[in-house]
Structures are given as C-alpha cells and as structure tokens.
Design a protein around this ligand. Structure first.
Ligand SMILES: [Zn+2]
Length: 474
C-alpha cells in the first residue's frame, strides 16, 4: 500500500475521525474513505455529513451514483441535480451525476487534487473502478466510497485496505453483536440483529407464513398449496406443481448453455433482469434472485403476491412483485428483460378473454425478451381446458406453441423438453434470441448455492443455540 493511503479507513458503518497520525507519529492526510456495514447503520447520513463538511471547507464536491442498475435508477431522485436523502429528513445532498463506470473512471482521472469524489451505493459500479479510486486518492483527491460490492471489497482488501467491524448491539436481545439485518415491513426499514435472533425471526416468520397458506383456499386446512417456496423448509407439504424444482433444473441447464448471460452475484453493477408472468407465489423469481438476477413477478392472485412478498422480505430480496393481469402487464410497456418465463398462464388469458388475447400475450412476451424465453402452455387437449377457449381455430398443443414461437419469437434457436423429462408435468420450450452453445459454457452461475444456504443456516443455528446454552455471548 502506498504511503498516502496508509491511514485509509474501511469503517463498518460509522465514520470516526480520520486518523491523521500514524504509528511513527508523522501526520498524513487520508484521502480514501470506505463506508461499509449493515443497512441502517447510518452510512448515507455519515456520507452526507462528510460531504457537507468538505463543502463548508470550500472544496469542490461531486457526488456520483451508478446508472447501471435499475434498482437504483428507478428511484425518482436518482438523476443529476436530484437530492440524495437519508433517514434523517434534515440531511440531504445534491447528486452531481448518474453515470456508467467508464464515465466515472474518467471523472476520477480528471479530478483535481483537493477536490472530493463521492460514490454512494458504490456496489452498482463495476469492480474495475477500484484501481481508479485508489489512483485518485493517491493524487490527493478525497475519494469517499459507500457500500462497496463484494467484488469491490475483495479488490480493496487485495490492496491491504483494512476493514474495521463496527460493534452494533443486537436490536432484539441487546446482548450480542448484530451481524445481519431483518426487515419486518419493507426493505427501507432494517433492524440490526444477531445471528441467533435472526434464526428465531426466520423460524417464526416461516411458521406464520405456512400457517396462513394452510388457511387459504382451495386447500384450506391441508398442508398443500400450488407451488413450493424456493429453499424454504416445507417438510410434509405437497404441491400441485411439485415439479417446480425440476422445471428450474431445466432453466438452469438452458441458461448454462447461453454465453451472453454471465451472472455474478458479487457484482450487482452488471444487472441481468428476469420476469415471470404468472409467477404464483414466487418460486422462480426467488430462485433467479438468489442467483443474482433482478427479478419481477406478475400474478393476478392477491394472496400469491402477498406470500411472495413476505418471503422476499424474509430473504432480504429486492423483488418487484406486481398483482396484475398478465395481458395488461405484457402489453402495457415494451421494456425488455434478459430472461422471461410464463408457466401455464396464457391459456387462462384465452379462457377468460379470448384466443387472440392469448396470442397477443405471446407476441408481447417474445418482444419483451432480450435473450431467453421459457414457455409452458396449458394445451386445449387437457381435460381442464377442453371446454374452454371455445373460439380457438385449432387445437393448442406442442405444434401450436412451436409454430407461434417460430412465427413471432424471432428466436435463433428453440429447445424442447417433453413432459416427463426430469419429472416435469408439461412440455417446456426455451427460445434463445442468439444461438446457444451445444454444451454448458457458463459455470459462473452456481445454481446449487441457494440450496446449500439452507445447510449453512442449519449449521449457524446450531452454533448460535450452543452459544446461548453455554452463555457464551459474542
Ligand atoms: Zn440478538
């Protein structure tokens, strides 16, 4: 590490006075400040206070946000000239620019020594920005980085920039140090808790959710529902779509052959989007989000959306769930998603509206697919639909789906997985906008890690419980 950066602080959550004196007693100015820590520990308010101090000292202050992730850019204030606020309503600061990583690097290159370049929600910039932060700080630019991503943190650590843990007590028990946040109402209100209290919250929340599911129609009083929740303990439950994990396995193998999607959950700055039209209680949105996608789920059934939202909150996932009719959602915009899916939903549009409405849904779904589209369709030859979709000009079956995908999808290639494959209930079609490879090319998506998290959680719970019994607190 360079001399100028010797005192650089990675400060988990709070900014204390920057050290101006090092071990040998020489005074140095510190110009790289990294704010990390659990949500809600005051990183943004600390950042704003710091920027106000710099401004009061007459320095040129620039505050940059990333233009590379919709979770950020969909906020109405995230524009040049917008105000970045925090939980303290009296504190805010003007955003200088919302820009991409290469532009931000350029700003750092030209920043004058003594000026201030601050990056809030820094995780949404690409990790290659890290050397530019360090280089600018070395030239005397005051660089302030709030909330770096895992890959940015790794790059900072590789430069021996130290991370200091902030010791915030658990808001639930008050005894142990908080290590994680939980959300009870929405993602804007985190509560910092210890692992043990988080486990308790997890178990209570799952029990309450499953209780509510059990009390819902059409399987009232039974441990049965339409589809499972992804990676949630549901021992003893049965599902209408028990083939959900098998369907997901097919998606996994389909995407692993597609070289244009390379998801890296440690780098949220490179966003890949997914939408599930007819998402039910969110199995696929959860699975995609767990593996680094920005997901949107659409379903017309209120309690499915409510349950899905509760699971997302439990898992700290930012998923956009919309209670909306599939046709309305699909035709109301032409914004695209990298991956789209619709599982056995569009035949209901045909049954409830008419045949053409369903065809229009497919056209819109294909138009709104940037890369990969996964289709499952209820066939008019199935008993449940035989007496519905009465205006159909022809039977809706495998050939019909292939024809409509070929005619309207603009796909370079379509994969077909027949019912029964891996235990799937209906045929699945995967349309690729560009040619996929013959074999898996992308091991980057570790689709099994979500399942391992359950094992990790079980181990952590055991450790925490042992600690509680032995009274060995922190
Ligand atoms: Zn606790």
């Amino acid at each position: 590490m360079s001399a100028a950066l010797e005192g650089a602080q990675m400060d988990d959550g709070h900014l204390h006075a920057l050290p101006s004196t090092t071990k040998d007693g020489t005074s140095r100015s510190t110009t790289l400040t990294v704010l990390t820590g659990l949500p809600g520990t005051g990183k943004t308010s600390t950042l704003i206070r710091l920027l106000q101090e710099h401004q009061a000292a007459g320095r040129d202050v620039k505050l940059y946000l990333s233009a590379e992730n919709s979770l950020l850019t969909q906020r109405p204030n995230v524009v040049a000239g917008g105000r970045m606020g925090c939980r303290n309503p009296k504190l805010s600061f003007t955003i200088s620019e919302v820009l991409k990583t290469d532009q931000a690097i350029e700003r750092l290159v030209y920043a004058a020594p003594g000026s201030v370049a601050a990056f809030d929600e820094a995780q949404y910039f690409q990790p290659q920005i890290v050397p530019s932060w360090i280089a600018a700080a070395n030239r005397g630019v005051h660089v302030i980085v709030s909330t770096p991503s895992a890959s940015q943190r790794a790059a900072l650590s590789a430069k021996a920039i130290q991370l200091t843990d902030l010791n915030v007590p658990c808001a639930a028990c008050g005894k142990r140090k908080s290590t994680v946040v939980i959300y009870k109402e929405n993602l804007a209100q985190p509560t910092q808790v210890c692992g043990s209290c988080e486990s308790d919250h997890y178990e209570r929340t799952v029990a309450q959710l499953l209780n509510d599911v059990r009390e819902s129609e059409p399987f009232k009083g039974e441990n049965r529902t339409y589809q499972p929740f992804y990676d949630l303990p549901m021992k003893g439950w049965t599902f209408v779509r028990g083939d959900s994990p098998a369907r997901f396995e097919i998606i996994r193998s389909a995407l692993s052959k597609y070289p244009y999607i390379k998801v890296d959950p440690t780098n949220p700055g490179r966003e890949y989007t997914y939408v599930d039209v007819g998402c039910c209680s969110g199995f696929f949105c959860d699975a995609f989000t767990t593996h680094g996608f920005s997901s949107t789920g659409v379903d017309v059934t209120k309690h499915f959306i409510d349950w899905a939202k509760r699971v997302a909150l439990l898992k700290r996932q930012s998923i956009r769930y919309l209670q909306e009719d599939a046709e309305k959602f699909l035709t109301s915009s032409n914004s695209q998603f990298d991956v789209t899916s619709s599982f056995a939903t569009i035949q209901w549009v045909m049954a409830q509206r008419n045949y053409n409405a369903g065809v229009n849904c497919f056209k819109a779904l294909f138009d709104r697919t940037r890369h990969v589209c996964i289709v499952e369709m209820g066939y008019s030859t199935e008993d449940i639909y035989k007496t519905k979709i009465l205006d159909r000009p022809t039977e809706i079956d495998k050939d019909w789906v292939l024809r409509i995908m070929n005619e309207h999808g603009n796909f370079a290639h379509i994969d077909f997985y027949p019912a029964g494959h891996l235990g799937i209930w209906r045929d699945i079609f995967v349309g690729y906008k560009k040619m996929p490879a013959d074999k898996p090319v992308s091991p980057a998506i570790d689709w099994s890690s979500g399942l391992r998290s359950r094992a990790r959680r079980a181990v952590r719970r055991l450790v925490e419980k042992t600690r509680r019994r032995t009274g060995n607190g922190s």
